[in-house]
Design a protein around this ligand. Structure first.
Ligand code: ATP
Ligand code: MG
Length: 346
């Protein structure tokens, strides 16, 4: 952080904001890169605001029935992972209309050249960039709005979202500069731990994603013990044994991925994992990893199933969360409009 950004941010109280798209069932990558750390931030006593970003999810077509179920299931995953609605604000984005409103204002601050550098758009649009939605292109400005609407100072995310949080900082700084104010903080991405980029089980060079067409590429939080064990057993690996030292994983992305997953699940460092499994083959390591994954994930899937049996309770939690979020967001949106010169006469 630059000196001026640090001075500016010191004026804001520490506040965490992050979100997950209900664009499918949540994965082990979402758990290790996001959910687990969301609960840790809450437990550190910082004010935490977590959002199911359904407005982001619809940047690619979602079946309406599935979107509703996925939103409730994602809320259940947050709670089952330790996000406590009494201590964190938990809500779905579309229930707080200020997100879409601030996004419009920030669309007018963000520059086309900045958006053109976003790698997520390039990855998701692929060769079909002419056919994807305008929303997919504008996604990062909506994400900036999500964060800045709460004057959040910290954004725990996986590695893949770093560029979007940096864009948020650029948008905040440009707004402050253009209107000669110190209104928005420049939030910090928090990318911590050993599982900031969990890779696909089929391809060690590709990120594990809930929207990957291959179910075998990921572990879903709702997978049962047998499915988890089978997916890990079938995960692509090389034939060599695990090395004794981290350097030995350098050109072995699949092996490195499984070691990192083990480390994150066990709260160990990758070096400690190699201390235990160095010299052993995947015939030993994969079953150990499967046992560990089942041990850590099965309480979460059991709790998710329990919560999903009462969707009305989940909806009530999301509604109450939205009320609390709205109470913070409204005045910040009103001030933004005021700074920009909109007449506010009611
Ligand atoms: P989609 O494929 O629909 O984009 P996704 O799995 O990438 O889904 P997001 O909702 O885009 O999930 O991201 C939610 C959070 O999970 C973000 O903080 C993101 O950085 C994190 N995350 C996503 N995938 C991974 C991964 N493979 N490893 C670590 N963190 C991840
Ligand atoms: Mg994603």
């Amino acid at each position: 952080m630059t000196e001026t950004a640090a001075t500016l941010n010191a004026k804001f109280k520490p506040r965490v904001f992050s979100g997950i798209q209900p664009s499918g069932g949540l994965t082990l990558g979402n758990y290790l890169g996001a959910l687990k750390r969301f609960a840790q931030k809450q437990d550190e006593g910082i004010e935490t605001i977590y959002c199911l970003v359904d407005l982001h999810a619809i940047t690619v077509w979602q079946d309406p029935q599935a979107l509703r179920r996925q939103t409730r299931e994602a809320a259940a995953a947050f709670i089952a992972s330790g996000v406590d609605p009494a201590r964190s604000i938990l809500f779905n984005q579309s229930q707080v209309s200020a997100h879409a409103e601030l996004a419009w204002a920030l669309n007018c601050v963000a520059r086309l050249g900045w958006m053109n550098r976003m790698t997520q758009f390039k990855d998701k649009a692929g060769k079909n960039a002419e056919k994807v939605s305008l929303g997919l292109y504008a996604y990062p400005a909506l994400m900036a709005a999500d964060i800045l609407l709460y004057h959040a100072t910290m954004v725990p995310v996986g590695e893949d979202q770093k560029q979007h949080v940096e864009l948020t900082r650029d948008i905040a700084a440009k707004f402050n500069h253009d209107f000669k104010v110190d209104f928005f903080p420049t939030p910090e991405p928090l990318i911590e731990g050993t599982a900031t980029r969990v890779m696909s089980l089929r391809d060690g060079t590709k990120k594990m994603s809930k929207s990957d067409p291959s179910d075998a590429s990921r572990i879903n939080l709702t997978d049962d013990a047998d499915t988890i064990a089978k997916k890990i057993r079938k995960a692509t690996t090389d034939p060599a044994e695990l090395p004794g030292e981290i350097e030995g994983l350098k050109d072995r992305p699949e092996a490195r991925n499984l070691v990192n997953i083990y480390a994150a699940l066990a709260d160990m460092t990758p070096a400690q994992v190699l201390g235990e499994y160095g010299g052993k083959g995947f015939g030993t390591f994969k079953p150990a990893l499967a046992d560990l994954a089942v041990e850590k994930l099965s309480p979460i899937s059991t709790e998710m199933a329990r919560l999903m049996a009462d969707p009305a309770e989940i909806d009530q939690i999301l509604g109450q969360g939205a009320d609390k979020a709205d109470a913070i967001a409204r005045p910040i949106l009103a001030q933004t409009y005021d700074i920009m010169g909109m007449v506010r006469s009611r």
